[in-house]
Write a protein that binds this ligand. Structure first.
Ligand SMILES: O=C(O)[C@H](O)[C@@H](O)[C@H](O)[C@H](O)COP(=O)(O)O
Length: 266
C-alpha cells in the first residue's frame, strides 16, 4: 500500500457509537468544505449506507457550533445508481429520499440533489454521459478540471469486495478517462447501472466506507490482509486513497480482521 494506510474504525453498535462517530466525521468534512467553497459536495451509494447515514444526520444536534447539519449548503450526487425510474424500489435515489430527505425536519432546509435523468432509462451509456455532463457543468463551471473533486464520497462494500458499481475483475476498473461509467452486466441486480469511475472516487477529498454486519467479515479480512484483496475494488480505493480513506465498521464486520484500528472520531 502506497503512502499512509486507511483509517479503520471499529464500533460496537451502529446506533450507539458508529452513527455518532460518522456524524462527527461527516460534519468535520462539511465544515471544512464550507470554509473552502461555501458548498458541501457529497456522493452517496445505495445499499445499507443511506439508512446508517440518516441515523447519523437526523440525530438531534448537541447545539455546538460544529454540530450543525447545514443541509441547504449540501449538494448530493450518486456514487452509483441503478437505471430504473426514480420511484422504483431498486432506485438508490428512492432509498436516499425515503431514509433521509423525506425525514429532514422542515426548519433544517433541504440539500440540492442530483438524481439521474429518467429520460435516458433505455440507454445506459447515454445515462452515464448525461450524468457526467451534469458533473462537468458543476465542477468545471469556472476552471477546467480533469476530475470532479467531491468533498466526501460515501461508499458501501459488497461481500465480493465491490464498491459503487465497480465489480471485481470488471474491465470498468481500468477506465481512466470517463468520470461516469455505464455497466449493463452488473453481477448484483439490477444489471444496468451507472457509476463513478475509480479515478474519480480516489480523487475525493475524503472517502468513507460504511460496512457493517458479520456478512462482511471474510471480504474485509481479504481486503485488509491479502494481496488478492488489495486488487478488489475496495482494496483499489484503499491503495489509491490511502489516509484519505476511513472505514466505519461494526465489530461483527471486523471479526478476525488483523489490521490496526484507530480510536473513535469523537
Ligand atoms: O447500488 C448499490 O448496489 C450500491 O451502491 C453498492 O455498491 C452497495 O453500496 C454495496 O453493495 C454494499 O451494500 P450493503 O451496504 O447493502 O452491503
Amino acid at each position: 500500500m502506497m503512502g499512509r494506510p486507511p483509517n479503520l474504525f471499529c464500533f460496537q453498535s451502529i446506533d450507539k457509537d458508529l452513527a455518532p462517530n460518522l456524524r462527527k466525521y461527516v460534519l468535520e468534512q462539511q465544515n471544512e468544505a464550507l470554509k473552502r467553497h461555501e458548498v458541501f459536495r457529497v456522493a452517496v451509494s445505495g445499499g445499507s449506507l443511506p439508512a446508517t447515514l440518516a441515523t447519523a444526520l437526523l440525530a438531534p444536534s448537541s447545539g455546538a457550533e460544529d454540530d450543525k447539519v447545514e443541509f441547504p449548503k449540501w449538494e448530493i450526487f450518486y456514487a452509483d445508481e441503478r437505471c430504473v425510474p426514480l420511484d422504483h424500489d431498486d432506485s438508490n435515489h428512492k432509498l436516499v429520499k425515503e431514509n433521509l430527505l423525506d425525514k429532514i425536519p422542515a426548519d433544517m432546509g433541504q440539500p440540492k440533489v442530483y438524481p439521474i435523468d429518467e429520460a435516458h432509462l433505455d440507454d445506459v451509456q447515454e445515462m452515464a454521459d448525461q450524468y457526467e455532463k451534469t458533473l462537468v457543468s458543476i465542477f468545471a463551471a469556472r476552471d477546467s478540471v480533469k476530475l470532479p473533486l467531491f468533498d466526501l464520497i460515501l461508499l458501501g462494500c459488497g461481500p465480493d469486495g465491490h464498491t459503487c458499481s465497480l465489480f471485481p475483475d470488471h474491465p470498468l476498473l481500468r477506465e481512466s478517462d470517463a468520470w461516469v461509467l455505464s455497466i449493463s452486466d452488473s453481477p448484483k441486480p439490477p444489471p444496468k447501472r451507472i457509476t463513478l469511475s475509480l479515478p474519480v472516487v480516489v480523487h475525493g477529498v475524503k472517502i468513507a466506507f460504511v460496512a457493517t454486519g458479520g456478512g462482511k467479515a471474510s471480504v474485509l479480512k481479504k481486503i485488509f490482509e491479502t494481496e488478492e484483496g488489495s486488487k478488489l475494488p475496495c482494496g483499489l480505493v484503499n491503495a489509491g486513497g490511502g489516509e484519505k480513506v476511513s472505514w466505519f465498521c461494526d465489530a461483527p464486520a471486523l471479526e478476525g480482521v488483523n489490521f490496526p484500528r484507530r480510536g473513535s472520531v469523537i
